[in-house]
Design a protein around this ligand. Structure first.
Ligand SMILES: Nc1ncnc2c1ncn2[C@@H]1O[C@H](COP(=O)(O)OP(=O)(O)O)[C@@H](O)[C@H]1O
Ligand SMILES: N[C@@H](CC(=O)OP(=O)(O)O)C(=O)O
Length: 816
């Protein structure tokens, strides 16, 4: 004989019940069928009772809707000539149910005893209807009432099984026949209805299975078995082929709803295997739970479970230390108060016991503990006991976890990198389970982080928020659109664009925006008042592996980095404003990134994609000391002075060309005034370890006053045009001495300055073509022959490539 349980979703409609019949008709041995209420019924019965208690007659509408649904399903399944018995039964039961709710309404009182009676109707209806239908379909099942076979005492809503009594009642059932029985319901010694807890139909089935000592227990639901994470939280969750009883218990105890945790014990004691199956894909193997596990090499972590709605109660105080029996007193008190303890942690000092309970039990637990420890609290040996709510517990489960070194480190590292704060930790002595308590707002994020970390066959998702869709932004989108497929195939990386903003609009989409369609998506996005709207959106989405990329030159965007980093979202920027703001702010950003386990990368603020900042950082990390930096740092100024030949073109023509080709800042005055170069040398000086400020960088201006004061790009062009003779003079002075004009930034002995210099052909700076940059570093290890980095140092495409390199650097360091 087999015991087969179909859950609420499997019997939610007449079509589904027909699928149940097909499964049963293929069984080659007698079966004992246990069914749950039609999906949603138990919740609605509970609602009706609460509505009646609340004094509104809306409970009558709820009951009406329930009755209509049951009549409809019965009529769809059972032929007209056979319907009478079933419909009369349903009507009679509804009369009783209505009378009970009317009683609650009239008295304004709802005891657990009455609530249990009200909630028990769902399984009675469903089993009766399905039983009649199966008989009509020649499956020959006998309907029996579980109230006559399963005995439970105590709490009416979650009774405790009376094993002996139940065993003696079930033993006489005939194992050669087919039965159907309602799940979830039992009765106590007074004949009153007692429920087996929410999800308790699985338990009913296991009780029948264990006592009848059957060949197997099958539990059919709407998923392919026990998945390695809750499929409602993790889209890529996969079916676990096999589990030991203990693993299954841990996963279900910590929230895997597909199996009710108490189900394990009655069958484990007899070694009866459990098979979890999907009613809607019966061909799939599902999950085997039992003793005969194939020792396939597999992940030591089998699955991840989580439960929300957890409250933490801390019993703390000096009176707890070293006194024998304190822990016992805590747990005995909770047991007396019928509080189920989900999780326990105790620190070594014994001054603190932390207990996790489900929210509904929290008040009861706190009251009971405060009463029990009243005298200790009065003597100030124990602090007043309070509960804190809105927590979730996440458990990693696997029998072989104990063999795996460094697993906890991986767990904490992955959560830490995503800014998920761990409130408490518990690890069972068996090491089959490591649980962490976190804020419920992080539950989905944490489950996904851990799923990616421990089941790495799926691609790693990196969530990207990008500001700016101008020259650099467009190139950046282009690079990713081109590289996306390769990154997925070769690096298992899924770069997901989840937010884009420019100064006018923004769009946020957790499911991802097509990299080819960024502009279109943004055009349809919402208007932004302030950039903080976008930051708020990022925070709310609370996605794992999040990185923000600033491809703008905006001050407002750069002002938001600190807030973003505090969310453990890494920041990549080619915008120089933040790094060249006050030293305190620059340092604050770096420190914040460290504190919140994320990264602040800004390689492209100097020399576009050239590895300048990284080289200086590495020199310092390896103990070198930088003495002097001399550099041509403006690709745009280099382009301008390399192309300007006063006999062929005017200075303004060249500046316009540089702007059009994307070499200058949006306002070329930033380049021509030397500000851009000053910012860059300031950044390099800071990377070299000096706490310099912008106003300490000396600017030797090389453009006339009228240009320096131009209000915008148009005014600037006019001013340059008027000053052609100034630029012509500069050019001719240089060419008459066979020199070239270069804007050179120097940092030496704690001082930095920028100016236009004439360089002779003997200088390495002389042969600097087009938009090239050069950085020459003298240090303790490079005292005379400097370390030179040279190459194209401007342009949207190169900057975007540098931003991409920064992105890969972060991914390689942080996403395991
Ligand atoms: N680890 C997990 N594996 C499978 N299902 C899970 C897991 N965690 C949560 N679930 C949820 O459990 C549901 C099945 O349980 P339940 O709703 O009680 O089914 P039924 O309606 O058959 O009684 C699934 O739809 C799924 O959303
Ligand atoms: N109907 C009950 C018992 C049960 O086990 O249902 P399901 O099998 O649908 O989880 C409940 O909702 O709690």
């Amino acid at each position: 004989m087999l015991v087969i349980k179909f859950g609420g979703s499997s019997v939610a409609s007449s079509q589904n019940i027909k699928k149940v019949k097909v499964v049963l008709s293929q069984k080659k041995q007698p079966f004992f069928l246990v069914v749950s209420a039609f999906s949603g019924t138990t919740d609605l019965l509970q609602n009706a009772a609460k509505q009646a208690l609340g004094g509104t007659d809306s409970y009558l509408n709820t009951l009406d809707a329930l009755k209509n649904r049951h009549f409809l399903i019965a009529k769809e399944l059972i032929l007209l000539e056979n319907q009478a018995d079933t419909l009369i039964y349903i009507q009679k039961q509804f009369n009783q149910l209505t009378a009970l709710c009317e009683g609650v309404f009239a008295l304004g009182e709802l005891t657990d005893k009455t609530l249990a009676r009200i909630m028990s109707f769902g399984e009675l209806f469903s089993s009766f209807i399905i039983g009649h239908y199966l008989c009509q379909e020649a499956l020959n099942v006998e309907w029996i009432n579980s109230l006559d076979y399963i005995k439970a005492e105590g709490n009416y809503l979650e009774g405790e099984l009376n094993r002996t009594e139940t065993a003696s009642l079930i033993k006489d059932l005939d194992k050669t026949r087919n039965y159907i029985a309602p799940g979830f319901i039992a009765s106590n010694s007074k004949g009153e209805i007692v429920l087996l807890g929410r999800g308790g139909s699985d338990y009913s089935a296991a009780i029948f299975a264990g006592n009848l000592n059957v060949n197997g227990l099958e539990i059919w639901s709407d998923v392919d078995g026990m998945l390695d994470a809750n499929p409602k939280l993790v889209k890529s969750a996969r079916t676990i082929k096999e589990l030991s009883y203990k693993e299954a218990f841990e996963l279900s105890h910590f929230g895997a709803k597909v199996l009710y945790a108490p189900t394990i014990r009655p069958v484990m004691n007899k070694g009866i295997p459990i098979q979890l199956k999907n009613t809607f894909s019966p061909e799939k193997k599902g999950t085997y739970i039992g003793n005969k596990l194939k020792q396939e090499p597999q992940n030591s972590v089998k699955g991840i479970s989580s439960i929300a709605g957890l409250s933490l109660i801390t019993v703390a105080g000096i009176g707890l230390a070293g006194i024998k029996g304190m822990a016992k007193k805590v747990f005995a008190t909770l047991e007396r108060a019928s509080v189920n303890v989900v999780l326990i942690t105790q620190c070594c000092s014994e001054q603190n016991i932390c207990i996790g309970v489900v929210d509904k039990d929290k008040n009861q637990a706190v009251t009971a503990l405060n009463e029990a420890f009243d005298s200790e609290i009065r003597k100030l040996l124990v602090d007043k006991i309070i509960a804190k709510s809105n927590y979730s517990v996440i458990a990693l489960v696997g029998d072989n976890m104990k063999m795996k070194v460094g697993l906890s480190g991986q767990l904490f590292g992955a959560l830490g990198q995503n800014g998920i704060n761990i409130i408490a930790i518990a690890q069972g002595a068996s090491e089959r389970n490591i649980s962490v308590v976190i804020d419920t707002k992080d539950e989905k994020k944490a489950t996904n982080v851990l799923h990616e970390c421990f089941f790495n066959t799926v691609s790693k998702k990196v969530h990207l928020f990008v500001a700016g869709l101008g020259n650099v932004g467009k190139q950046f989108f282009k690079i990713i659109a081109e590289q996306k497929a390769t990154l997925l195939a070769e690096n298992n990386l899924d770069l997901r664009l989840v937010g884009i903003a420019n100064s006018k609009r923004m769009v946020l989409d957790e499911l991802g925006i097509d990299w080819d369609q960024g502009g279109v998506a943004l055009a349809q996005g919402t208007e932004v008042g302030h950039f903080s709207d976008f930051v708020e959106g990022m925070k709310k989405m609370n996605l794992r592996n999040s990185i923000f990329i600033d491809n703008t030159a905006s001050e407002e965007v750069s002002a938001s980095y600190l807030e973003i980093l505090k969310e453990s979202i890494s920041v990549i920027t080619c915008n120089k404003i933040a790094c060249s703001s006050s030293y305190e702010h620059y340092k604050g950003l770096k420190d914040t990134a460290k504190k919140f386990n994320c990264f602040f990368n800004y390689e492209t603020t100097v020399g576009a994609a050239l590895p300048v900042i990284k080289t200086i950082q590495d020199l310092r990390l390896s103990g070198d000391k930088i003495n002097r930096i001399q550099a041509v740092l403006s690709g745009s100024l280099n382009f301008i002075f390399n192309h300007y030949n006063s006999s062929k073109n005017t200075f303004v023509e060249i500046v316009k060309q540089a702007k059009e080709e994307g070499y200058t800042e949006p306002n070329p005055l930033i380049d021509l005034s030397g500000i851009d170069v000053m910012r860059k040398i300031l950044i390099l000086a800071r990377e070299a370890g000096y706490s310099l400020e912008m106003d300490e960088v000396v600017a030797n201006a090389f453009i006339p006053e009228n240009c320096l004061h131009a209000q915008n790009a148009t005014a600037l062009f006019e001013a340059i045009e008027q000053s052609e003779s100034h630029f012509k003079q500069l050019y001719e002075d240089a060419s008459s001495t066979d020199s070239k004009l270069k804007v050179i930034a120097t940092f030496e002995k704690g001082k930095a300055w920028v100016g236009l210099e004439k360089v002779q052909s003997s200088s390495p700076f002389f042969h600097l073509e087009g938009k090239d940059n050069i950085v020459s570093i003298q240090s303790r290890r490079y005292p005379t022959e400097p370390l030179v980095i040279k190459g194209a140092g401007a342009g949207a495409e190169l900057t975007a490539a540098g931003v991409f390199a920064d992105l890969m650097l972060i991914i390689n360091k942080s996403i395991n």
